[in-house]
Design a protein around this ligand. Structure first.
Ligand code: PLP
Length: 228
């Protein structure tokens, strides 16, 4: 068995345990394999081990991989990196999901640039939940207004929220931040019932994220090893 295959088994087991520990079904949590900086051979190993959803942070690298795997229609590509306006077209034309929409201007560009032949782009609003100056994401206070404007755009499908909290090793403190996100998600979902995705949890905080209601965890290191 390859290392990546073994790692995927371990990560799936960890997700299942975390879900059962809080009386959730493991099927409620989608595993996004974050393959940024990793070669296509690593992605091929993950595909062979049953993985289909991949997350990329850098637009051009992600597009190159999408083109490389173009004949595999089962794969689902998520853009999860910071998005500059001048790169929005490549995201709109190539990815199925974008997790990092945090301002109306980017949302408008993605909607306008989404090709008519493709289904609407699935988008998540990134929330700056730890209120860090250096991080992208809309502040919680700005979330309702952004969601209202975004939901009017024809070629976007507002699927939920995403967050990258400040690094924190204490489980209880990780949990407290993720629970704030879950509350914001539920509040917004009451207005937009089609929202079904709460993207939170990475290699080092996945258990707390699942306990707080994450429906999609983004895991890189635990699957592909550390990055250079
Ligand atoms: C790199 C990255 C991940 C994966 O992080 P790991 O700690 O390697 O699991 C998840 N989400 C985002 C937005 C990332 O940039």
């Amino acid at each position: 068995m390859s290392t990546i295959e073994q790692n995927l088994q371990d990560v799936r087991a960890k997700i299942a345990t975390a879900a059962r520990n809080c009386a959730r079904s493991p099927e409620e949590v989608i595993l996004l394999a974050v393959s940024k900086t990793k070669p296509v051979t690593a992605i091929e190993e993950a595909i062979a081990a049953g993985q289909y959803a991949f997350g990329e942070n850098y637009v051009q690298e992600g597009v190159d991989k999408i083109h490389y795997f173009a004949n595999n229609a089962n794969l689902e590509w998520h853009f999860i990196g910071p998005l500059q306006s001048n790169k929005s077209r490549l995201v709109a034309e190539n990815f199925a999901w974008c997790h990092t929409v945090d301002r109306l201007k980017i949302a408008q560009r993605l909607s306008a640039q989404r090709p008519a032949a493709m289904p609407p782009l699935n988008v998540l609003i990134q929330v700056n939940i730890s209120d860090e100056e250096s991080k992208s994401g809309v502040a919680l206070a700005g979330l309702p207004a952004l969601a209202d404007s975004l939901s009017e755009l024809p070629n976007l499908n507002l699927r939920g929220l995403m967050a990258i909290p400040a690094v924190e090793s204490d489980y209880q403190r990780q949990l407290a931040v993720f629970e704030q996100m879950h509350q914001a998600f539920l509040t917004l979902k009451a207005r937009y019932p089609q929202m079904d995705t709460l993207s939170m949890g990475m290699t080092d905080d996945v258990a707390a994220a699942i306990s707080a209601g994450s429906t999609l965890v983004r895991i890189g290191t635990a699957i592909f090893g550390s990055r250079a």
